[in-house]
Design a protein around this ligand. Structure first.
Ligand code: NAI
Ligand code: MG
Length: 360
């Protein structure tokens, strides 16, 4: 199989974890006889420095002509003083919008070998395996009008939470589809006791559910969901929710594991390329030191192999290689208290490549 992958390293540790990813992809290509071509584009702060724009046209066209996009991370203190619409994050928001990445997938799984990293008790996190499906291109982050009105004592600010039937239906269908492939339960999270958009959301969930009779589903109010994620995260299989609720709940859910450097994400569109990225940011405090944990990015590759390339065997081999290195006790600095034993980004990457070779 021949695939073209747009690589957007971005800022901070982004280039370091992307280098790890390309090495691993090359190895998977060699082992399984695939050809992965990499095309590099600038996004975020690095793009602002070069072109003045956080999302240059060239980057967008590289992404559109690729089969998948891998992103490191964007942002850092260097660009923090820029006005809102010129900041690195705008590059990422623009890319999501332009590629119509309406479905953001954030799996939350516990690696038994890392259970001690979680702030929650063992008996609560044991066996947690959930997937948050977040709507990514609608809702209050994009609704119009959004503006300031008046001055002084009279000043007000407006954001608009708007969802169309079509926007809700396509994300809800995704939720049901994933639930069907997984353990067969979907939790739809909303605020239907207060918000009209949530009442529409709920109606549509009830309608779409008829097409997935083998999936059991329930509605949950978002404030309760925030509590249940901490109280009993094992009750969840797939969670589907709108943009802002998903933003907040997925960060909360990521803390269940306690290891930010481990968690991947994918953002999918209806037809175009998907975007795969670690959930962590650019980690300016450790950038350039060669000590970033590459496993969240490598885990994002398993999602790319699964969802973009339909290569489940390769994805599983990579996931098992990640499990193996952790079981063998290999740790980057963020995963260990004993810093003298910590592996560099390169060393961890090499261990994963060795584990891939042991399996095949
Ligand atoms: P962060 O995720 O970059 O870092 C939080 C802490 O976790 C830091 O101590 C960092 O060293 C550590 N960390 C994160 N990833 C790691 C890894 N792979 N290996 C080892 N340690 C890791 O979040 P923070 O500090 O809030 O944001 C830093 C910058 O990143 C900001 O400019 C922010 O806007 C940006 N950011 C970008 C995101 C993206 O591109 N998707 C997402 C989140 C933040
Ligand atoms: Mg990210």
């Amino acid at each position: 199989m021949k695939k073209r992958i747009a690589i957007l390293p971005g800022d901070g540790i982004g280039p370091e974890v992307c280098e790890s990813a390309t090495k691993v992809l090359n190895e998977i290509g060699r082992l399984y006889n695939h050809e992965f071509d990499f095309v590099y584009g600038d996004l975020g702060g690095v793009a602002i420095d070069k072109t003045g724009s956080p999302l240059p046209e060239e980057t967008l066209s590289i992404c559109k002509s690729s089969d998948a996009v891998l992103l490191g991370a964007v942002g850092g203190p260097k660009w923090d003083t820029l006005p809102g619409h010129q900041r690195p994050e705008q590059g990422l928001l623009g890319l999501r919008k332009q590629l119509e990445l309406f479905a953001n997938l954030r799996p939350v799984t516990i690696y038994d070998s890392l259970a001690e990293a979680s702030p929650l008790k063992d008996e609560i996190i044991e066996g947690v395996d959930l997937l948050i499906v977040r709507e990514l291109t609608g809702g209050i982050y994009f609704g119009e009008p959004r503006e300031r009105r008046g001055e002084g004592e009279q000043e007000t600010a407006v954001d608009t939470l708007v969802y169309s039937r079509q926007e809700v239906e396509r994300i809800v269908r995704k939720g049901f589809e994933f639930a069907q492939e997984r353990r067969g339960h979907l939790t739809s999270v909303d605020k239907a006791n207060v918000l009209e958009s949530s009442r529409l959301w709920r109606e549509i969930v009830d309608e779409v559910a008829k097409d997935y009779p083998e999936v059991t589903y329930s509605h949950m109010l978002v404030d309760n969901a925030a509590m249940q994620l901490i109280r009993n995260p094992r009750q969840f299989d797939v969670v589907v929710t709108e943009n802002m609720f998903g933003d907040i709940l997925s960060d909360e859910a990521s803390m269940i594991t306690g290891s930010l450097g481990m968690l991947p994400s994918a953002s999918m569109s209806a037809n175009g390329p998907g975007l795969f990225e670690p959930i962590h940011g650019s980690a300016p405090d450790i950038a350039g030191k060669g000590i970033a944990n590459p496993l969240a990015t490598l885990s994002s590759l398993t999602m790319m192999l699964t969802f973009a390339f339909k290569l489940p065997n390769e994805a599983q081999a990579l996931q098992e290689a990640i499990n193996t290195v952790l079981e063998k006790g290999y740790r980057t600095a963020d995963l260990t208290k004993d810093a003298t034993d910590a592996l560099s980004t390169n060393e961890m990457t090499q261990r994963v490549i060795e584990a891939l070779n042991e399996k095949t």
